[in-house]
Design a protein around this ligand. Structure first.
Ligand code: ADP
Ligand code: MG
Length: 630
């Protein structure tokens, strides 16, 4: 069987799928012939739309068109990300078991979907795009996600994969995946430090790698989760809303539909300004039949976004600091993500590196999916020479640790640590009423039960509590405890934490595995629901096919009848012509009569024969009457 490997770049704004086959990596176009698919899902009165179809109808159906789901997946309802997003998402987000759920109207009824279900619908779409190309079912995929993803988000993406009927063999950060595309395209034999700058729709992700032959070693990653093309669009929207207010004394923000239309035009203005210095667009009948002209120069666009562009430089500085690499040691700067096409952003990066030339020969929209497909091929044990020596050494984007005395987070696995990773550290126990507390690496004793301590596992960006609690367990301890805590994190973000009191021995060992995803029952229920939605979709597809068949049969039958009519007219003309000839030639020669009769027979007999035999009549492409046995 021919082997294929599939990589999907799951973006906040757009997703993309690549297939590895026969030593080649190939992008697969969607049903709209587009190479990237909007990460949009829409619910209507009759169906669920995904991708271009969903984005296209968004202005007409704003409350039931869901996007930005990457921002919701694997988060708690109270998370800042969710709360801040809710201020501008037109769709409704509700709280269910502390998690955000999306409420929409589907087929006239209120429905609630977990973000995992929405992401699974996007994954199914990307899976189908690949399957249409490959011609068989796709099971295993590598997915790329934004850099900021937490452990819960990784697991939630895996769950979304299960609901979509996919086995996600690896999740990698999008700029790291893009580096694979770059590395394979350059084929440099010398070790190079490569900085990948990925500015997408909602996030700014940066990876710094050293590429040495086939070894891709991630040195550091950094991101800004709230910075991307949508923020630049927002600035334009605010600008034009103000302009509209001044010109027409009307507030566009009160009309969701008008605002949506303005948003999509602002995005077009922004895209055009990456290649032109001045653009004009007209939005007809924006509100109250008013046509609105959008006119903007590149200078003004840059002025409106100056501070945002400036903050895109911060993750770059951060990776350099974290990787302890000086600017002048960076050999290549690679731009990916749609927004990295903005000329001002490119200039600022180049200036930051003292005028260094930027590498722009890989496709910024597709590089991550390309890298994912290569990684998928590696994991599928494809032994072809092109990839057999490629090794991706990835790092964790967040730190993991336990809570120690004074509500301090003591990390055992620090951000940018190479994966897989295992570390053991010994802690002492600090009793709150003891005054001998001098060191910080103490675990507080349990005030209710002196013979145990609480090991609380956190995921953190900072060293203060307020970080995310992943799990906890109690450990029985002796009167002179020596607590050994071990953290183990694998490439699939499965975190195992164990602890023992060394003074007692192995018998005290307690451990937990942090998987943090949906429960088996929840997944089972969602898989069944997804099946139901797919069956509904299949029914709609079959209905539309049946309708199309009937429609085309009716129209082609009408064409045939019209052609038969015109042939009958021609036959009538021939008969008429023969009768006229007879009238004008009362005394012609025998041969002449016979010749004329032959001509008429040749025209009429085939048709008479066809009617007589009951064979089907049809017209060939040049309009000649044919018959075919039925
Ligand atoms: P994500 O990975 O977050 O899904 P993408 O990398 O696909 O995002 O980038 C999408 C963003 O890039 C959108 O905000 C889009 O408007 C923007 N974009 C695409 N092309 C251009 C361009 N030529 N100039 C400016 N912005 C662009
Ligand atoms: Mg992207």
């Amino acid at each position: 069987m021919i082997k294929y490997a599939v990589g999907i770049d799951l973006g906040t704004s757009y997703s993309c799928v690549y297939v590895w086959h026969d030593d080649e990596v190939k992008i697969i176009e969607n049903d709209y012939s587009n190479r990237i698919t909007p990460s949009y899902v829409a619910f209507t009165n009759s169906e669920i739309l995904i991708g271009d179809a969903a984005k296209n109808q968004a202005p007409m159906n704003p409350y039931n068109t869901v996007f930005d789901t990457c921002r919701l997946i694997g988060r708690n309802f109270q998370d800042f990300e969710v709360q801040s997003g809710m201020k501008y998402w037109p769709f409704t987000v509700i709280e269910k078991d502390e998690k955000p759920y999306i409420r929409v109207k589907y087929k006239g009824e209120k429905k609630e979907f977990a973000p995992e279900e929405i992401i699974s619908m996007l994954l199914v779409k990307m899976k189908e795009i690949a399957e249409d190309y490959i011609g068989s079912e796709v099971k295993n995929v590598v997915i790329t996600v934004p850099t900021y993803f937490s452990i819960s988000q990784y697991h939630a993406i895996k769950d979304a994969g299960l609901i979509a009927g996919l086995n996600i063999t690896r999740i990698i950060n999008s700029p790291t995946a893009a580096a694979i595309n770059y590395g394979l395209s350059t084929k440099s034999i010398k070790e190079r430090n490569v900085l990948v700058f990925d500015l997408g729709g909602g996030t700014c992700n940066v990876s710094l790698l050293s590429i040495d032959g086939g070894i891709f070693e991630v040195k550091a990653v950094a991101s800004n989760n709230h910075l991307g093309g949508e923020d630049f669009d927002d600035r334009l929207i605010n600008h034009f809303v103000q302009e509209f207010k001044t010109k027409f004394q009307k507030d566009l923000t009160s009309d969701m539909r008008a605002l949506y239309r303005l948003r999509s035009h602002c995005e077009r203005v922004k895209l055009a300004l990456s290649s032109s210095y001045h653009v004009n667009f007209m939005v007809d009948c924006l509100i109250d039949y008013i046509d609105f002209y959008l006119s903007l120069t590149r200078d003004k666009f840059e002025e409106l976004n100056q501070d945002l562009f400036q903050s895109a430089m911060i993750p770059i500085e951060k990776v350099l600091r974290d990787a302890k690499i000086d600017k002048c040691q960076v050999h290549d700067i690679v731009l990916v993500g749609g927004s990295s096409r903005i000329p001002k952003v490119q200039k600022m990066i180049s200036d930051l590196f003292n005028g260094k030339k930027l590498n722009q020969f890989i496709n910024p929209d597709e590089a991550a999916a390309y890298g994912a497909a290569v990684q998928a091929a590696i994991l599928s044990d494809d032994t072809t020479e092109k990839i057999h020596d490629i090794l991706l050494l990835d790092v964790t984007t967040l730190s993991f640790g336990i809570e120690t005395s004074g509500s301090i987070m003591t990390p055992l696995i620090r951000r940018n640590t190479k994966l897989p990773f295992k570390k053991t550290e010994t802690f002492k126990v600090f009793s709150k009423n003891s005054s001998s507390f001098t060191e910080s690496f103490y675990i507080d004793s349990n005030p209710d039960n002196k013979s145990s301590v609480l090991i609380q596992v956190y995921e953190c960006q900072r060293s203060k509590i307020g970080n995310k609690l992943l799990g906890k367990f109690e450990l029985t301890i002796s009167s002179v405890p020596q607590i050994e805590v071990t953290f183990e994190l694998d490439l699939n973000y499965i975190l195992k934490v164990s602890a023992i009191d060394k003074s007692i021995g192995k018998s005290t060992k307690k451990k937990i595995t942090i998987t943090n995803g949906l429960s088996k029952e929840e997944i089972k229920h969602m898989v069944a629901e997804a099946k139901k939605y797919r069956a509904e979709k299949e029914k709609i597809v079959q209905k539309m096919q049946a309708r199309n068949y009937l429609e085309s049969y009716a129209y082609s039958s009408r064409n045939i009848l019209q052609c038969i009519d015109s042939i009958m007219d021609k036959i009538e003309d021939k008969i008429q012509e023969s009768i006229m000839w007879l009238n004008n030639n009362e005394d012609a020669e025998k041969d002449e009569y016979e010749h004329k009769r032959k001509l008429l027979e040749d025209t009429i007999n085939p048709i008479m024969k066809l009617y007589g035999t009951g064979d089907a009549l049809w017209l060939d492409i040049s309009g000649n009457l044919k018959n075919e046995s039925v």
